[in-house]
Design a protein around this ligand. Structure first.
Ligand SMILES: [Fe+2]
Length: 287
């Protein structure tokens, strides 16, 4: 969480990027991508926002398997002026924010092993590219991601990254969006996961709560399992509008002394779409 990004690993550039080296992926690597891609491409229609499906076609490139970032970036650049750059793994916050603020999405260049199809804690190329890139073809979401990077740079200066990180988590990674009376998926952490693509919409366990910027920034999250609460935006336009037109300074000041909200809490002020049973998380706890 420091402002000093430190020294990039050997072989990486000053901005922590590395060559993707597409030619060094093995046939097994590409087969893993293809299996994951097919499984999600079959599961997601009807569950995910149609904007994601529109963007998904950008990943169907001229070569099979894992996309070549150069070719992908060419197409993405034409759509929204974004690029995809490779990094060795997680990068320091300040590096991450700088890339986003300049419309560059950082993606891990490694892919999970065939025995890790269902769960992986560190983001690999499938999570980063399949999960994140399709929505970056959509101008409003592309603008939101850049605004987030710029907000991150301000939060870094103010020492409030941990609060802002929750906004990313509950929108970009695990967000739901309302469509009439139905809810749809858009968060990359959900749409790149076979299990959570079903759990987030269908399971009676989690709460589904209308998005509220301040509430979200107060709420803890889980990195080790499915979320216990999902937050539902009205639209991407609304999310972008709130992010651009909110003065985060007073919110950070107010939240500095406020207690965190637990992952399974429901507040009287919450607008609930679903009050979850929390049975899934409780079952895990007592197991
Ligand atoms: Fe991600």
């Amino acid at each position: 969480m420091s402002e000093d990004p430190g020294t990039p690993p050997a072989g990486a550039a000053k901005d922590w990027t590395i060559p993707q080296r597409w030619e060094s992926y093995t046939p097994e690597d590409h087969a893993t991508w293809d299996r994951l891609f097919e499984r999600q491409a079959q599961l997601l229609p009807g569950r995910v926002t149609p904007l994601f499906l529109q963007g998904l076609d950008i990943l169907r490139l001229s070569k099979p398997g894992i996309p070549d970032f150069e070719e992908l970036s060419e197409r993405l650049m034409k759509a929204t002026g974004w690029q995809v750059v490779a990094v060795p793994g997680l990068v320091p916050d300040s590096v991450f924010f700088d890339h986003l603020a300049n419309r560059r999405f950082v993606a891990g260049n490694f892919i999970r092993r065939p025995d890790q199809l269902d769960y992986l804690q560190e983001p690999d190329v499938f999570h980063d590219v399949f999960g994140h890139v399709p929505l970056l073809t959509q101008p409003v979401f592309a603008d939101y991601m850049q605004a987030y990077g710029q907000g991150g740079q301000r939060a870094a200066a103010a020492g409030t990254i941990a609060k802002l990180a929750r906004l990313y988590w509950y929108t970009v990674e695990f967000g739901l969006v309302r469509s009439g009376d139905a809810l749809q998926l858009y968060g990359a952490g959900i749409v790149s996961s076979y299990g959570e693509s079903q759990f987030a919409l269908d399971d009676p366990s989690p709460h589904r709560i209308r998005f509220d910027l301040k509430r979200v920034m107060q709420t803890r999250y889980r990195i080790d399992d499915y979320q216990q609460s999902y937050f539902v935006i009205d639209s991407f336009e609304d999310l972008l509008d709130q992010t651009l037109n909110t003065d985060f300074g007073p919110i950070y000041a107010e939240l500095a002394d406020a207690a965190d909200i637990e992952t399974d809490a429901v507040l009287p002020s919450d607008h609930l779409y679903t009050r979850g049973t929390q049975a899934y998380a409780q079952g895990k706890r007592s197991a």
